[in-house]
Design a protein around this ligand. Structure first.
Ligand SMILES: Cc1cc2nc3c(=O)[nH]c(=O)nc-3n(C[C@H](O)[C@H](O)[C@H](O)COP(=O)(O)OP(=O)(O)OC[C@H]3O[C@@H](n4cnc5c(N)ncnc54)[C@H](O)[C@@H]3O)c2cc1C
Length: 562
């Protein structure tokens, strides 16, 4: 593959199609937004087109002309030495999967982060249309300012991440609409030839309002909207999302299991709750002690040490911070009577199997907060910290983004500490992180086999085995294992990459299949001869014959092979 050079033959032609405020520039800033990569990928520089998102005098966004013009130019010069490819990003915070980088190192990044309009399609139904740059925090602020009682589909990646891009990556969170693309009812995009895609429902609608499309996900005829996710076949300029209304009542439960052997019990309780209380319980998280500690405490060995915590350290820290072997976290949403009844069922299913049960609205937490508020601030620091983490976790489950999950990315960061008082950016802040994110059969035996697999492999590479499972439904659970390493040392980047490769390779034999891949994995794991990928690539080839858009993204076809 060709690397981007500081000379861009097509620069003047590109500038000519940009509207006022949009920019073309070369970035060689290694710790800047476009090149810094949590995954340890090395790039020397990249060209960026950043669209302004501004509108003309008629209120029409300039990008409606700019994007097709840029695509037309790319098609026009595809056979000449001026050839270029484009890679759209929304906020470029795809930490652990590729950050802001394209698979093709010479691609021009099409930065859509300044496209930040939010449209209310129907305030009663909770339908909102968002442009690519709308972050979780922007949406939260907008809803609060306009007193719209809806939850933001938050993720652990936090306030600065795009809602639209997370859905295109088929990301998920733990608010009730867990599956973020699942909550996308409609989208608009430009195809690689510059034509504007709208669904068949939108195309048939003659009312001039284009509303009905935004209420019905499955459209007419072949379902095409899904082709824009985990692919490189369009520049998506808006999505219409269905937001979950704030429930009248809410209660998070934290079920603490004392011993590692209690894991099977934890799994069965979580699954039973999801099956019996479907629609009342949102998503459920099951986390081990190391994972919870990584979000609460500093690495006891020091971030520079390439060494996992000893069993004794884990034990001692667990005791000090009251973190059990396994924690099951979930939330009850609904009418007050429903939430109350849900609590009865949580109590019944977990009776006699727990070390402790905490409800965010329970007397223990309320009493604790009251007691601490009456004491001087320097007293009882540990319980204070615990209550703060609890509050942050609860806010996430209520659809308010925060940075509570980000500290884990700093576990092996020898240059910078996690600091929630500033906006953290794991790529720019030199964190080393790769995700191992497989789907696991929601059965205790499979999940135990998965835990053993991670605990056997990760330490061999000096990687802390931190385990989380997140339920997607009662029949699907995904595990996100963060492979956290010191990115400043090439040897450790290599080891972390090998660790991930081994986890995947051995995991596939047991049926643990990733739901999402980083840039390197997209190259290594995609078997271009397989019918499924051939079919995907036939669609890509038909829509983007010159491979000008995100070549290599979930296709296995690199820019060179076009
Ligand atoms: C501690 C931590 C916790 C995390 N927790 C979660 C979590 O709970 N859930 C989760 O899903 N992820 C999580 N992540 C991973 C990741 O950071 C998020 O998924 C993040 O939202 C992705 O970045 P982004 O939204 O900026 O997307 P971007 O980087 O902007 O986009 C991702 C990709 O989507 C495509 N794309 C983006 N915009 C467009 C467009 N307009 N048109 C066409 N294609 C486009 C591009 O290929 C791009 O590379 C976590 C990361 C960290 C470090």
């Amino acid at each position: 593959m060709v690397a981007a050079t500081q000379h861009l033959p097509v620069a003047e032609q590109l500038k000519a199609v940009l509207a006022p405020g949009s920019e073309l520039f070369y970035s060689a800033e290694q710790h800047g937004h476009y090149l810094a990569s949590c995954e340890g990928y090395e790039r020397s520089g990249v060209w960026v087109v950043r669209l302004s998102g501004r509108c003309d005098d008629n209120g029409q966004p300039f990008y409606l002309q700019e994007i097709p013009a840029i695509l037309a130019l790319a098609n026009q010069v595809h056979q000449s030495p001026q050839r270029f490819t484009l890679h759209p990003i929304s906020t470029g915070n795809n930490w652990g999967y590729g950050s802001a980088l394209a698979a093709d190192p010479s691609a021009i990044i099409l930065d859509l982060s300044l496209l930040t309009r939010i449209r209310v399609d129907d305030a009663d139904l909770g339908l909102f249309t968002l442009e690519p740059g709308v972050t979780q925090q922007m949406l939260r602020d907008y809803l609060d300012q306009h007193r719209l009682p809806y939850m933001v589909p938050v993720t652990g990646a936090g306030p600065s991440c795009s809602v639209l891009a997370n859905a295109l990556e088929r990301g998920y969170g733990i608010t009730p609409y867990t599956d973020h693309f699942g909550a996308v009812n409609a989208l608009k995009a430009f195809l690689p030839d510059g034509s504007r895609y709208q669904s068949a429902i939108s195309q048939l609608d003659q009312s001039g309002q284009d509303l009905i499309d935004k209420t019905f996900k499955w459209k007419l005829g072949p379902y095409l909207d899904g082709l824009f996710t985990q692919s490189g076949i369009g520049v998506v300029t808006e999505v219409t999302v269905r937001l979950k209304k704030n429930p009248p009542a809410f209660d998070s439960f934290y079920l603490q299991f004392a011993a590692d052997e209690d894991f099977e019990s934890a799994v069965i309780i979580a699954r039973e709750l999801l099956q019996r209380l479907e629609g009342v319980v949102g998503s459920i998280n099951i986390m081990d002690k190391r994972r919870v500690l990584s979000m609460m405490v500093a690495n006891p060995n020091g971030a520079a040490a390439h060494q996992i915590m000893s069993a004794e350290q884990v034990e001692a820290l667990g005791k000090k911070h009251d973190v059990p072997a396994w924690t099951v976290i979930g939330t009850l949403y609904g009418e007050p009577e429903v939430v109350k009844a849900g609590r009865v069922i949580v109590n019944r299913l977990s009776a006699g199997k727990l070390k402790r049960k905490i409800y965010s609205n329970g007397w223990l937490v309320r009493f604790g907060k009251l007691a601490l508020s009456l004491l001087p601030g320097h007293l009882l620091q540990e319980p204070r910290k615990m209550l703060q983490s609890l509050d942050s976790g609860t806010a996430i489950m209520q659809g308010t983004p925060n940075q509570v999950a980000l500290p884990l990315a700093f576990w092996r960061n020898a240059t910078l500490n996690a600091d929630p008082s500033r906006m953290m950016d794991p790529a720019r802040d030199h964190c080393g992180l790769l995700w191992y994110a497989p789907l696991v059969h929601f059965q205790p035996a499979s999940m135990r086999a998965f835990v053993e697999h991670v605990r056997a492999v990760a330490p061999k590479y000096g990687i802390e085995p931190m385990i989380t499972f997140t339920s997607l439904r009662h029949d699907t659970v995904d595990s996100t294992i963060p492979i956290v390493f010191d990115r400043s040392k090439p040897e450790l980047v290599r080891q972390a990459t090998e660790c991930l490769q081994t986890l995947v390779r051995q995991g596939l034999k047991q049926g643990f299949v990733p739901y999402r891949l980083n840039l390197q994995q997209q190259n290594e794991l995609i078997d271009k001869a397989a019918v499924c990928w051939q079919a995907g690539n036939t669609v890509k080839q038909a829509l983007d014959p010159y491979q000008i858009l995100s070549p290599g993204r979930y296709s296995g076809i690199t820019a060179k092979e076009r």
